[in-house]
Design a protein around this ligand. Structure first.
Ligand code: GLN
Length: 483
């Protein structure tokens, strides 16, 4: 197969150079051949995928196809898929077959995509390395001894290794941008409320947002067109027209004001990464942008604030997994209390339990003001930093992560050092802003991600800036050796 990008596949499908059945077969074969090494899929939907591909070919033959008709896709196993196991990376939901489709899944079905399968992830999306999955760790295709990032590591690894041309993810504190960065692909976290959360299993509801992964900004634009929009099933989804993100990709960048936050280039950042990001900045200057130093003074408070807010919300959201209605139930409970206790003790992994305990503590009477309320106030300060910054600049640019992908096992016993790998991504969720990670080069053969952040609902601007960068660089075209 000589094509890499959805834009190319779509063109080949519409001009009948390939069929969706052929394309789907191609990716299913690659999953069979390579996924033993990566562990990026929890479920592969071979029969259903071939049926859907056949249907897509009929639509293509009738000339009733959209840009995404017949394009294979993988969904993070956090999105409910009717009739298909939806595990959220947890033993708790290992036996759960969803009775309905998440809105995102439904929208992709309506666009004619073909579901290849469900991707591996950190349990309940809690993690930065994909080592917290009940189904085992995912490996990074650039080096099988390092992590792909998390929590959407399965989606990122699958797209990076070309086992799927597109995948969905969710981002609560960085889980789309960080794995996109560490796997050398493009991933966007939209503005909070842009993409429906209905049927997306909740972790921290005021932070969670779904978004797509692909190899280029132009591909991501096509995917975001399909998945965005108001949904009456999600009370936090925003009723605002969705622009055609593909139509503004080529806008020139003359006069674009790019801000470099001082706090994103300080201690802790690998100097080699800093160098690559500054090289990228030079490209943007050539494209007509102006560069400004800015401050986001409350950046260092974002991790502590997040690790109060996110556990607090998760402790409440995960109370529904009680062994009664669905999911894992312990054997032979003595009484109701024993049923609750043992189902939750046996069904959840250790990181999830750690967060539930922290969150329950932070929300309990007497501690609420000291922790939760204080964290919410800090959240407001963090948001205000961005509001001030966007008075001066149009785009904020920096690294996605302070280091390249780390070794599997390196940080498992040190949760705080693991939490710090999200230092540049978490504030964006606390503020509800959109952010994208795009490939910006390699350090010691491992990919480096560059993050661009824009003002609310300016996903079109982000994709435009990312696309223009990808027209003058080729980092996004690389495929890991051996795949
Ligand atoms: N790594 C962060 C956490 O563990 C963010 C995860 C996410 O965005 N889902 O909470």
């Amino acid at each position: 197969m000589n094509y890499k990008f959805i834009t190319e596949f779509s063109n080949a499908l519409h001009t009948k150079k390939i069929s969706s059945v052929e394309l789907t077969r191609y990716f299913l074969d690659r999953i069979k051949k390579f996924d033993k090494q990566l562990n990026s899929f929890i479920t592969v939907c071979e029969d259903e995928a071939l049926k859907e591909a056949k249907k897509a070919d009929e639509l293509l033959a009738k000339g009733q196809a959209h840009a995404l008709t017949g394009i294979p896709i993988a969904h993070k196993d956090i999105f409910c898929t009717q009739g298909i196991k939806t595990s959220c990376g947890s033993k708790m939901l290992d036996n759960f077959i969803s009775p309905y489709d998440a809105t995102v899944v439904k929208k992709f079905k309506e666009a004619g995509t073909v579901l290849l399968g469900k991707t591996n992830m950190d349990e309940f999306a809690m993690g930065s390395s994909n080592e917290n999955s009940f189904y085992g760790p995912v490996k990074n295709p650039w080096d099988l001894s390092v992590v792909p990032g998390g929590s959407s590591g399965g989606s990122a690894a699958a797209v990076a290794a070309h086992l799927a041309p597109a995948a969905t993810g969710t981002d609560t504190g960085g889980s789309i941008r960080q794995p996109a960065g560490l796997c050398g692909i493009t991933g966007i976290k939209p503005t909070y409320g842009r993409v429906s959360r209905y049927g997306m299993i909740a972790f921290a509801s005021s932070l969670d947002q779904g978004g797509p992964f692909a190899r280029s900004a132009a591909d991501v634009a096509l995917l975001l067109n399909a998945m965005s929009g108001f949904d009456e099933h999600d009370s936090t989804s925003v009723n605002k027209v969705v622009p055609d993100y593909s139509s503004t990709l080529d806008q020139p960048l003359n006069g674009l004001r790019i801000g470099l936050p001082k706090e994103y280039f300080g201690k802790g950042l690998d100097p080699e990464i800093s160098k690559l990001i500054h090289e990228a900045v030079e490209e943007f200057k050539k494209l007509g942008a102006t560069i400004h130093e800015i401050n986001l003074p409350n950046t260092e408070l974002s991790i502590p604030a997040y690790y109060v807010v996110a556990p607090a919300e998760c402790s409440s959201n995960l109370a529904r997994f009680d062994g009664v209605r669905y999911g894992y139930r312990c054997d032979n409970p003595k009484d109701l209390e024993d049923l609750y206790k043992r189902s939750r003790s046996e069904g959840f992994g250790s990181e999830v339990k750690r967060r539930i305990m922290i969150g329950t503590y932070a929300l309990s009477a007497g501690y609420y003001d000291a922790y939760y309320l204080k964290a919410q106030k800090i959240r407001c300060l963090i948001r205000n930093d961005f509001v001030e910054a966007f008075k001066k600049v149009d785009i904020i640019l920096g690294p996605t992560s302070p280091t390249t992908a780390f070794k599997i096992g390196e940080k498992v016993d040190d949760p705080v050092s693991m939490y710090l790998s999200d230092i540049y991504t978490i504030a964006v969720n606390l503020a509800g802003l959109p952010g994208i990670s795009i490939p910006a080069g390699f350090v010691n053969k491992l990919p480096v991600g560059m993050q661009l952040i824009a003002n609310y609902f300016e996903e079109g601007r982000l994709l435009n800036v990312a696309h223009r960068f990808q027209t003058v660089t080729d980092w996004h075209t690389k495929i890991p050796e051996g795949f």
